[in-house]
Design a protein around this ligand. Structure first.
Ligand SMILES: Nc1nc2c(ncn2[C@@H]2O[C@H](COP(=O)(O)OP(=O)(O)OP(=O)(O)O)[C@@H](O)[C@H]2O)c(=O)[nH]1
Ligand SMILES: [Mg+2]
Length: 605
C-alpha cells in the first residue's frame, strides 16, 4: 500500500488557504519546472479568479518524500460553509489557518467547531506573520481559548503551531526561529496527521463528497476510498442515501496530481480519486462492492437559510439583451445547477417562477452571475430567510456577526444594529484605533445592512458573519430607511432632468440610459417613493439667454452591483438581470397599480 496523508485546509475567508496550497504544490516540486501557473492556482473558475475567493472546494495531490498527500482546499466564505463539513469527513487531519492580525473570525469558529466534532486532529497555521500589524501571540491565545470553548479533547488541544507567511513561502515552528520554507509543514503533515484507516483487501467502500461534470464522460463523483481496491471497468453497487441500491460500472477512474487529472487503472483504500460512469451519483452516495454492498454513514447536508424567486423577465425591456429568456430555459438551467450543487434547492412556485434556496446572498448571486454570463435573462426577488418550526415554535436563522470599525464610529454602528435586533456580545480594542464588536443577529436583519454599514463607516468598516443556529422568530426588524426614485415614463435619460433629480437622493444610473415606467433610477433621501421624470429635456424658449447656460454637473451615480442591488430591494421590487444590465424595478410598474396594491386590494404575488 502506498503511504498516504489526507488533509483539508480550513479557515475564515481570505486567511490564505489557497495561497498556502500554492506553496505546498510549489515547494513539493509538483509543478514541473516549465509548468506555467497563476497565483492561487486552485481557484480555477472565472468567478473565483475575478473575486479572489474560493467558491468550490477542490482537491489536489502532491508527492513529498515517499508520501502522497491529498489536499482539499475549502472555501472560507460562510455561504459555502456547508461544503466544509462534507470535506472534513474525507480527511484524517486538517490545517487550520488563522490570520495573524485578524485572529479568530466567525468562520474560524464555524470550521473549528465542525472539525472538533468530527474528532479530527488539527495543525494550526498562524498565517500572514509578515503583516506589520500581526500579533501572533495574541492569535495563538485566541486559538487556545477557542478550542477550549468548543470542547476540544486534550489530544486536539495539543496542536502543533506553525507560523507562516504563505504568500512568501515562509514557515517556521517558533516565531523566534529564522524564516524557513514549508518543510516544517510537510513534516507536520506526515508526523501529526494519522495515516488513513481501512484496508485495500476489504470490500470496496468509497464515498462521494463532490460532483463534477464533464461533457465527454458525464457526471463525475470525487470520492474518498475508505476500504477496498477499485479498478477501471469494475462493476459496482451505488448505495444511495435513501437506501436504494443501483448497479453501475466504473467507466473511468481519474487520479489527481497537482493541477492535472489523469486516467488511472486502479486505486485503493486511503486515496481520493474520481469515478465516472454513474449518471445517478449524488453527494454522500457510497460506491460499494456489488457482492457485499455496505453503505457508509450518509452525509449531513446543511439546510438552506435563504430563498429568492427567479422568474421570467416581464419588464418592458425584456428579451432585448438575453438569449435564453423563456420559462423552460430558465427551469432547465436551474435544474442543471441543482445536479451538482447540493447546497441549493429548487421549487416551482408558479408559471415561470422558481424558488431557489441556498445558504446566503453570495451563493445566490454567484448562480445569477454565472447565468447572465451564459446569456440568460430573468428577474429575482428580494431574498427571504427560511422560517421553520422547531418543536412547534416558529424559528428563523441567526448569524454571528463580527465587525471591525474605527472607534469613533462604533456608536453609530451599534445604534443601527440595535434597531435591527442585534444583541451585542463583546467589544475589544484591536489597535490602530479600531474596535472589534461581536453580535448575534437574525439573518433577516442583515439583509440590506451591508450597504448601510459601508456608508456609515465610509468604507472603512469590515463585517463578517456566519450561520449560528435557528432560534425563535424575533419579530419585526427595521428595513431600508429610504424610498426609491421611480421613473414615471419610458425613454432615454437626459442630463438636464437627472440634474434636478439628483438633489432628491442618490442616482443609480447615468445619462442616455434606457428606462421604463416603474423602473427605479435611484434612492430617495426620504422614506417614501418618489415618482420622477428622468427624460425631460430643457424647454425650448424663443429668447436666447444672454449668459452661458448654467453648467450641468452630475454627481457620479452609484453603480449597483448584483449583490448590492439584491440587498437593497424590498418586497415590492425586483431585480432585472440580463447579460448586459442589472435594473431595479417596482413589481407593479404603474403608479395606479402600486396604489391599488398598497391598499391591499391588489393580488399579492
Ligand atoms: N500579507 C500576506 N498576505 C497573504 C499571505 N497569504 C495570503 N495572502 C493574501 O491574502 C489574500 C487571500 O488569500 P487566499 O489564498 O485567496 O485566501 P483563502 O483563504 O483561500 O480565501 P477564500 O478561499 O476565499 O476563503 C490574497 O490577497 C493573498 O495574496 C501572507 O502570508 N501574507
Ligand atoms: Mg481560497
Amino acid at each position: 500500500m502506498q503511504k498516504i496523508r489526507n488533509i483539508a485546509v480550513i479557515a475564515h475567508v481570505d486567511h490564505g488557504k489557497t495561497t498556502l496550497v500554492d506553496g505546498l504544490l510549489e515547494q513539493s516540486g509538483t509543478f514541473g519546472d516549465h509548468e506555467q501557473h497563476d497565483e492561487r492556482a486552485m481557484d480555477s473558475n472565472d468567478l473565483e479568479r475575478e473575486r479572489g475567493i474560493t467558491i468550490l472546494s477542490k482537491n489536489t495531490a502532491i508527492r513529498y518524500k515517499d508520501y502522497k498527500i491529498n489536499i482539499i482546499d475549502t472555501p472560507g466564505h460562510a455561504d459555502f460553509g456547508g461544503e466544509v463539513e462534507r470535506v472534513l469527513k474525507m480527511v484524517d487531519g486538517v490545517l487550520v489557518l488563522v490570520d495573524a492580525y485578524e485572529g479568530v473570525m466567525p468562520q474560524t469558529k464555524f470550521v473549528v467547531k465542525k472539525m472538533l466534532a468530527l474528532g479530527k486532529k488539527p495543525i494550526v497555521v498562524i498565517n500572514k506573520i509578515d503583516k506589520p500589524s500581526a500579533d501572533a501571540d495574541r492569535v495563538v491565545d485566541e486559538m487556545f481559548d477557542l478550542f477550549a470553548d468548543m470542547g476540544a479533547t486534550d489530544d486536539q488541544q495539543d496542536f502543533p503551531i506553525i507560523y507562516a507567511a504563505a504568500r512568501d513561502g515562509i514557515a517556521k515552528m517558533d516565531m523566534a526561529d529564522p524564516d524557513g520554507d514549508f518543510a516544517c509543514i510537510f513534516e507536520a503533515i506526515i508526523n501529526d496527521v494519522p495515516e488513513p484507516e481501512g484496508d485495500a483487501a476489504n470490500s470496496l467502500q468509497a464515498q462521494v463528497f463532490t460532483l463534477d461534470y464533464d461533457n465527454y464522460v458525464g457526471k463525475i463523483g470525487i470520492s474518498r476510498i475508505f476500504n477496498g481496491t477499485v479498478n477501471k471497468g469494475d462493476n459496482i453497487m451505488l448505495a444511495k442515501a435513501d437506501g436504494e441500491m443501483v448497479k453501475g460500472k466504473i467507466s473511468k477512474l481519474i487520479g489527481f496530481h497537482g493541477l492535472n487529472r489523469m486516467e488511472i487503472d486502479q486505486a485503493e483504500a486511503g486515496d481520493i480519486v474520481a469515478f465516472a460512469g454513474m449518471e445517478t451519483v449524488d453527494v454522500g452516495d457510497t460506491i460499494a462492492d456489488p457482492n457485499n454492498p455496505v453503505a457508509l454513514d450518509p452525509m449531513h447536508i446543511e439546510e438552506p437559510t435563504l430563498t429568492v424567486v427567479f422568474a421570467v423577465n416581464d419588464s418592458p425591456l425584456a428579451g432585448k439583451e438575453g438569449k435564453h429568456v423563456t420559462s423552460n430555459k430558465l427551469r432547465e438551467r436551474l435544474e442543471s445547477e441543482m445536479v451538482t450543487n447540493v447546497a441549493m434547492k429548487l421549487e416551482t412556485v408558479g408559471e415561470g417562477k422558481f424558488k431557489v434556496s441556498g445558504r446566503g446572498e453570495l451563493q445566490i448571486t454567484i448562480l445569477a452571475e454565472n447565468m447572465r454570463r451564459e446569456d440568460y435573462e430573468f428577474s429575482i426577488s428580494r431574498p427571504e430567510v427560511i422560517v421553520k418550526e422547531v418543536e412547534g415554535v416558529k424559528c428563523e436563522p441567526f448569524e454571528h456577526l463580527v465587525i471591525d470599525v474605527p472607534e469613533e464610529l462604533s456608536g453609530t454602528v451599534i445604534e443601527r444594529l440595535g434597531k435591527r435586533k442585534a444583541e451585542m456580545k463583546s467589544m475589544l480594542p484591536m489597535g490602530q484605533g479600531f474596535q472589534r464588536i461581536e453580535f448575534e443577529i437574525p439573518a433577516r436583519a442583515l439583509i440590506g445592512f451591508r450597504g448601510q454599514f459601508l456608508t456609515d463607516t465610509k468604507g472603512e468598516g469590515i463585517m463578517n458573519h456566519s450561520f449560528l443556529e435557528f432560534r425563535p422568530f424575533s419579530g419585526g426588524v427595521e428595513s431600508r430607511s429610504y424610498g426609491a426614485l421611480v421613473s414615471m415614463t419610458p425613454g432615454s435619460t437626459l442630463a438636464f432632468s437627472l440634474f434636478s433629480i439628483q438633489d432628491r437622493g442618490v442616482l443609480f444610473i447615468g445619462v442616455q440610459t434606457e428606462v421604463y415606467e416603474g423602473m427605479i433610477i435611484g434612492e430617495h433621501s426620504r422614506s417614501n417613493d418618489l415618482v420622477v421624470n428622468p427624460i425631460k429635456g430643457k424647454a425650448q424658449s424663443n429668447v436666447r439667454s444672454s449668459g452661458a447656460d448654467e453648467a450641468i454637473k452630475l454627481v457620479p451615480f452609484r453603480n449597483m452591483s448584483l449583490e448590492r442591488a439584491l440587498e437593497w430591494i424590498e418586497d415590492d421590487e425586483l431585480l432585472e438581470v440580463t447579460p448586459k444590465s442589472i435594473r431595479i424595478r417596482k413589481k407593479h410598474l404603474t403608479e395606479n397599480a402600486r396604489k391599488r396594491y398598497s391598499r391591499g386590494s391588489g393580488s399579492k404575488d
